[in-house]
Design a protein around this ligand. Sequence first.
Ligand SMILES: Nc1ncnc2c1ncn2[C@@H]1O[C@H](COP(=O)(O)OP(=O)(O)OP(=O)(O)O)[C@@H](O)[C@H]1O
Length: 219
Amino acid sequence: MTTLLTLQNETLGWGETPVLTGVSLSVQQGERIALLGPSGVGKSTLLHTMFSRLADQRVALAPQEAGLVVQLSVFHNVWMGCLDDFSAPRNLRTLLWPSATERAKVEEVLSQTGLGGLGRRKVSALSGGQKQRVALSRALLRRGAVVIADEPVSSVDPAQARDLLRTVTQTFQTSVLALHDVALAQGYATRIIGLRAGKVAIDCAADALSQADIMSLYS
Ligand SMILES: Nc1ncnc2c1ncn2[C@@H]1O[C@H](COP(=O)(O)OP(=O)(O)OP(=O)(O)O)[C@@H](O)[C@H]1O
């Protein structure tokens, strides 16, 4: 088994303010990890730390606020996922005159996220759920060893959320997703990390946990 990152008794936070203390965990290649816990407990904080510790890997990131440039088209926002694969002049050319091949590559991932045919649409004209799927499409186009995503399907319907997580699983060998839907998390994850009151309260194989075990995070 290959270990991608390890945290050992670490305090995580922003500036002087600790959010999580005594965090010890590692992420192994091939795991599908769901990060659960009440709002504000520190899921994004932990994802941020994991992302920064994976600097030697190609990581696709879908942050909670999506990080989209809403004045640009869906195509351009998705293409951003692979900007660092190309030179600045090539990226400038793509910004102004995307080629048919580039458009087709993006269209392929858009069809996987239910956004087929919307490449030329301005992101500002999309719904919240569509914007979320643009952010996920950008991660899918990027590919990489790991995907880190913060509530990537919170604004889409349950059936679509399951389909999208299946696509994520097929594209990435390793994934760490913050989720708020416990049933969705149990269906997707091989491992669940649960945060409660500033600590890692659960770190366990998903199939070894009952619904009640998980709900204790929220009581
Ligand atoms: N970029 C940031 N700068 C400073 N403080 C932050 C930042 N992001 C989060 N925090 C703080 O860290 C704490 C934990 O927030 P975090 O976003 O990690 O929780 P969360 O579990 O992801 O919440 P939610 O489910 O609501 O997204 C909060 O007190 C929050 O204000």
